[in-house]
Design a protein around this ligand. Structure first.
Ligand code: 6PG
Length: 234
């Protein structure tokens, strides 16, 4: 269970190659445990570029695909065939290669516009905790599509989804799961690679009120040495 006020656990690997191998192994292990315990594995996937290498390993490592349920932490309001859509990235790197029933792959209908898509997605989310939530980290400390200066939906019981109209990272219109809904999970993994993430990690370590730090209480953070703030690298 995700602890309310615990510090994150930092897992530092030499490079992205190593992270994607170990993270894919951890995801498939947690899937097997959840399926054995609860008969299903409810996974929230991260968008962006960093998780691609991990997703690409899953087709050869995972099994019991008929028990997997896939949700998105956020999506960009673009046509489904747009190469910038997170759902298209997931399909191309992983989902099109495994027999997860299509009814259990829950893409965000972001092509319908931010507020309509947020309303529809809120209606399909399960009441129970997710088994695992995967999240990326932006240079400014954003995660999913929860950006500094915005409402992140931390109040339990508030809307599980948010519509964003002016995101700092293109495209401006997006849909995101809210902070409390992302934390309503058994486990939460962040993934951050590259020197571009050093400032965000440093802000997190300083205890600054950035979206990733607020969502990431008690989370596991998987990062490569390049993302770890230089001044802390021995
Ligand atoms: C998105 C993401 C976003 C992403 C971070 C990191 O749709 O843009 O969900 O939160 O995870 O911006 O992106 P990279 O992995 O590409 O650096």
């Amino acid at each position: 269970m995700l602890e309310e006020n615990a510090l994150p656990r930092w897992h530092i690997y030499p490079d992205q190659e190593q992270i994607s191998t170990h993270l894919a192994a951890a995801i498939t292990r947690m899937a097997a445990e959840a399926i054995a315990l609860r008969g299903a594995f409810h996974l929230v996937v991260a968008g962006g570029n960093t998780p691609r290498a991990t997703y690409a390993r899953l087709p050869s490592m995972g099994r019991d695909w008929q028990h997997w349920h896939i949700y998105h932490g956020d999506e960009r309001c673009l046509p489904p065939e747009d190469p910038e859509r997170n759902s298209l990235m997931l399909a191309q790197t992983w989902l099109s290669q495994v027999p997860i029933p299509s009814a259990q792959i829950h893409t965000i209908p972001a092509e319908a516009g931010a507020s309509e898509a947020a309303r529809r997605y809120a209606a399909i989310l399960p009441a129970q905790r997710f088994d695992l939530v995967l999240l990326g980290l932006g240079e400014d400390g954003h995660t999913a599509s929860l950006f500094p200066g915005h409402d992140w939906g931390q109040e339990k019981g508030s809307s599980p989804t948010l519509s964003i109209l002016d995101a700092a990272k293109p495209p401006p219109q997006r849909v995101s799961l809210s902070a409390w809904r992302l934390r309503h999970t058994h486990a939460l993994f962040f993934l951050a690679c590259g020197s571009g993430k050093q400032d965000a990690i440093a802000a997190w370590l300083r205890g600054e009120n950035i979206p990733a730090a607020v969502v990431g209480r008690g989370a596991d953070v998987w990062l490569d040495m390049a993302a770890w703030p230089e001044r802390l690298q021995g």
